[in-house]
Design a binder for this molecule. Structure first.
Ligand code: GAR
Length: 199
């Protein structure tokens, strides 16, 4: 195998997807290639980013399908495109045990806190930063990890810490965690895992 075929699963803005596209263009990601973007929402801005980059897109709308139909539609897309590694980049759906077990050590996720803090069911997007601020921690960050059957419970690949400022709001903190941590460690982790796969 020359390069690992990457699928990126998204639900929203797609800034993490953009960080992967940019890293591919700049050569930070060289052991893999983004072959497919799957969105759980038809209106996700991430789809525009993928189209602009010339990447094939597939929409599997979570709110129009049962969970089984939704996962089967994603699986079909993944198999049709012979995907080797799946990156959850702002993908706001929890995958079933059955789905996850099909791809051991082949699904990776970015989470906007230092796991094991502020993670698991119910902790996603801005809610994670609201929880960090209301607890009063002074340092937070981001984690990239393998996905297993426990939400946010798989083996950690990389983490990066980010300091919390006194005047932070969930929005300012989210922005700083993205810029200083997520957009850096996600591409580096994807390259690391792809390099291992093609060995
Ligand atoms: C990111 O902060 C990502 O870490 C988080 O949602 C945001 C999506 O932004 N993901 C989770 O909370 C998953 N548990 P994006 O669509 O701009 O990449």
């Amino acid at each position: 195998m020359n390069k690992a075929a990457i699928a990126v699963l998204v639900s929203g803005g797609g800034t993490n997807l953009q960080s992967l596209i940019d890293a591919q263009n700049s050569g930070i990601i060289k052991s893999g290639e983004i072959k497919l973007v799957v969105s759980s929402r038809a209106d996700a801005f991430a789809l525009k980013r993928a189209e602009k980059a010339g990447i094939k897109c597939s929409v599997c709308e979570r709110n129009k399908l049962t969970k089984a139909e939704f996962e089967n539609a994603i699986l079909k897309s993944l198999y049709e495109n012979e995907i080797d590694i799946i990156v959850l980049a702002g993908f706001m759906c929890i995958l079933s045990e059955d789905f996850v077990r099909r791809f051991p050590q082949r699904i990776i996720n970015v989470h906007p806190s230092l796991i094991p803090s502020f993670c698991g069911k119910g902790f996603y997007g801005l809610k994670v930063h609201e929880a960090a601020l209301s607890y009063g921690v002074k340092v937070t960050g981001a984690t990239v990890h393998f996905v297993n059957e426990i939400p946010d419970g798989g083996r950690i690949i990389m983490q990066k810490a980010v300091e919390i400022n006194e005047n932070d709001t969930p929005e300012t903190l989210q922005k700083r965690v993205m810029e200083n941590a997520e957009w850096k460690i996600l591409p580096l982790s994807v390259e690391k895992v792809c390099k291992e796969i093609i060995k």
